[in-house]
Design a protein around this ligand. Structure first.
Ligand code: B12
Ligand code: SF4
Length: 592
């Protein structure tokens, strides 16, 4: 059925113009057992093959629990959990093993559906870097489960929305933003379509307000998520669904046993301490700041919302007891925005920490750690980092990004970070707030791990050297008074992150819209921009670009091998600097 063949009684123009309705307004009328018997599979896409899987699929696990609270039967397939150690992995030098190959994924899905039965809804979930996998998995699901509503949500879906219907033609539905509540309506629609047929579902008007079109007998639904009114009301993630896959593979144990942060995690999150059993959660969503390279659409953009101290403590206590954990990774975008909440955490978390010995870590900003009164010389009376340590925090990941004031301004990160001027370290002027933030965190006995970006638009070699000089200062601070060559010296030295991400223009970010970046995208990847909207044209070239996106440590290249270099460094200088970082010789940049 094409759009022209839509039933007359459906006024599509009204639907297309329908204003945003918060999903809660739609699902609040549903009875508690509205999804009893509905069968739903959520599939998490793989990322970072080179590293051990260490972040449980929190988004899908939260959605699963929500769906189960309405009576649905949910299956969670986590394609990110597998690292197979075999000859293929050895040939590809993947020490931690390889992901499943596409034919193995198809087999896994086939066995899963054979056991779970025909599904009403299949929901894929994944970051922007999972387009290729979502294309493959969609084709498999459509073949194996032709009657299921096939949907995608999460990072990729939030950035590209309707465009995904072109890139993944098997899709019936795309959901953007926080899916906690809208997923309930999606499941309800899926069951209606399956039980009563698409024509009935369309004619009944019950697919409103999300139905956009019907093409070739399949619906096109665009679901608009939103922040749940009470983040404390969200059911705990359904981790137990991951105890074993259809073949008995222990998914959950894999995550629990792989450290979420630290050198062993093989990411940019070095730590001087180790953990045995860890799991991840989030305690806040969104971030009020607006750094230009950062995408927060799937978490509520600048709308910062928090779970209460009591709610977080209850989850920690429950999971520590249940899974025997010694560490919790609270992977908020920015945990530290609200000093009062941090102060509230202390009396509630302290006893939990004392009783169980569990420790935790999170993400924040160096200005929040420094807690300097802008424009004045002193610290705020109570520093957030001190309170966090009291509450059991031992690790904070800081997106330092650059120590050059100019570059921080370009990144939209200048404001608070530059409010206290600069100081000289190792011959470079760097923000005083960043220096004080690192020192305050160390004084609080928390490991502060800074992550860095090189090659941001406008960055010169001197700017990059300022970041490297800062890292050197950090290493000096961490090894002060220790005997060179001693175990503690080496451990502290290597706990200072010296890797750098390459500035990557992820679509949907302000950076991607920067005129210079657009020009570079046009030049390097032949991406075209609509002159009226400035949006990229969703053609083959843009599609290819998105397929290329991966870890931000990956340097993107044109087909003829030119680096995607948006900085003010020549390609030669840029590549030389990148080479030093990749060879673990970041300080050599200071000699360039
Ligand atoms: C942990 C984390 C990681 C982990 C693992 C992520 C994973 N396995 O999913 C690691 C460290 C590996 C990682 C890597 C990267 N990450 Co990351 N990461 C995060 C972080 C800090 C937490 C993720 C999380 O648990 N969120 C909480 C859950 C509840 O949210 P959620 O997964 O988004 O799910 C909600 C919605 O999206 C939606 N939803 C999700 N799935 C579905 C499915 C359906 C059907 C529906 C209806 C709804 C829905 O509903 C959920 C509940 O509201 C986020 C920041 C953040 N706080 O979200 C960044 C974040 C997701 N990462 C980001 C980026 C850019 C990256 C990298 C590309 C960059 C890099 N530094 O190299 C790499 C990708 C590497 C690669 N090779 O692909 C971006 C956005 C990416 C995007 N648009 O997809 C984020 C948002 C950070 C930011 N602010 O810029 N990341
Ligand atoms: S980079 Fe960090 S501080 Fe900046 S907007 Fe993103 S989450 Fe917020």
């Amino acid at each position: 059925m094409t759009q022209a063949a839509l039933p007359q009684q459906l006024d599509l123009s009204k639907i297309l113009k329908a204003p945003y309705v918060h999903p809660y307004e739609i699902i609040k009328e549903l009875p508690a057992d509205a999804l009893r018997g509905a069968r739903i599979t959520l599939i998490n896409m793989p990322i970072r093959e080179q590293a051990k899987p260490n972040n449980g699929p929190l988004g899908p696990a939260l959605l699963a629990s929500r769906l189960m609270s309405y009576g649905a039967r949910v299956t969670l397939v986590d394609l990110n959990a597998y690292r197979i150690k075999d000859a293929i992995a050895r040939n590809r030098r993947l020490a931690n093993g390889r992901m499943l190959e596409p034919d193995e994924v198809a087999g896994l899905l086939e066995r899963t559906f054979a056991e779970a039965g025909d599904q009403d809804l299949i929901g894929m979930s994944g970051l922007i870097t999972t387009l290729r996998w979502q294309e493959d998995v969609a084709a498999m699901c459509r073949r194996l489960q032709p009657g299921a509503l096939l949907a995608t949500g999460g990072g990729l879906a939030t950035e590209f929305r309707e465009v995904l219907f072109n890139w993944i033609p098997e899709l019936d539905a795309v959901a953007h933003s926080e899916g906690d509540e809208v997923v309930v309506k999606m499941a309800w629609d899926a069951r209606l379509i399956r039980e009563r047929g698409l024509d009935h579902a369309v004619n009944s008007g019950k697919l409103a307000p999300y139905l956009r079109d019907v093409i070739d007998g399949r619906p096109r639904l665009l679901y608009e998520g939103g922040r749940p009114s009470n983040l404390d009301g969200i059911p705990l993630p359904a981790w137990d669904l991951l105890r074993a896959d259809v073949d008995g593979y222990p998914i959950l144990e894999t995550y629990l046993g792989n450290p979420i942060w630290g050198l062993e995690a093989q990411n940019s999150s070095a730590t001087p301490f180790a953990m045995k059993r860890s799991i991840n959660t989030v305690s806040s969503r969104g971030c009020p700041f607006a750094c230009k390279f950062c995408f927060r659409g799937a978490q509520g953009e600048r709308n910062y919302g928090v779970r209460s101290a009591a709610d977080l403590a209850a989850e920690i206590t429950y999971h520590v007891e249940k899974y025997g954990l010694d560490f919790i990774g609270i992977s908020d975008d920015n945990f530290m925005v609200n000093p009062k909440r941090i102060a509230d955490l202390v009396p509630i978390l302290k006893p939990v920490i004392e009783e169980t010995g569990v420790r935790w870590g999170t993400h924040g900003r160096l200005d929040e750690a420094a807690d300097l009164r802008p424009g004045k010389s002193g610290f705020n009376a109570i520093r957030r980092v001190d309170k966090m340590r009291e509450a059991g925090c031992v690790y904070i990941g800081f997106g330092a990004e650059s120590a050059s004031p100019r570059v921080l301004e370009y990144m939209g990160k200048g404001g608070f970070i530059l409010a206290n001027g600069t100081v000289e370290v190792n011959g470079y002027q760097v923000p005083r707030t960043m220096i004080e933030g690192v020192k305050a965190t160390k004084q609080a006995d928390i490991h502060g791990n800074c992550t860095w970006i090189m090659g941001y638009p406008g960055e010169t070699l001197e700017d990059l050297k300022a970041s490297v000089a800062f890292i050197r200062w950090q290493e000096e601070l961490y090894t002060q008074g220790l005997q060179p060559g001693s175990t503690e010296y080496e451990s502290n030295r290597s706990s200072v992150n010296k890797r750098m991400f390459v500035a990557t223009a992820y679509p949907g970010t302000e950076m991607f819209k920067d005129p210079h970046v657009c020009a570079m995208l046009e030049k390097t990847f032949d991406i075209r921009f609509d002159p009226k909207t400035n949006n990229p044209v969703a053609d083959k070239n843009f599609h290819n670009y998105v397929l290329e996106l991966n870890d931000a440590t990956k340097m993107l290249e044109s087909e003829d091998g030119r680096p995607f270099n948006c900085s003010n460094m020549s390609d030669e200088t840029f590549l030389e600097a990148r080479g030093h970082i990749d060879n673990d010789e970041t300080f050599k940049i200071l000699e360039m």
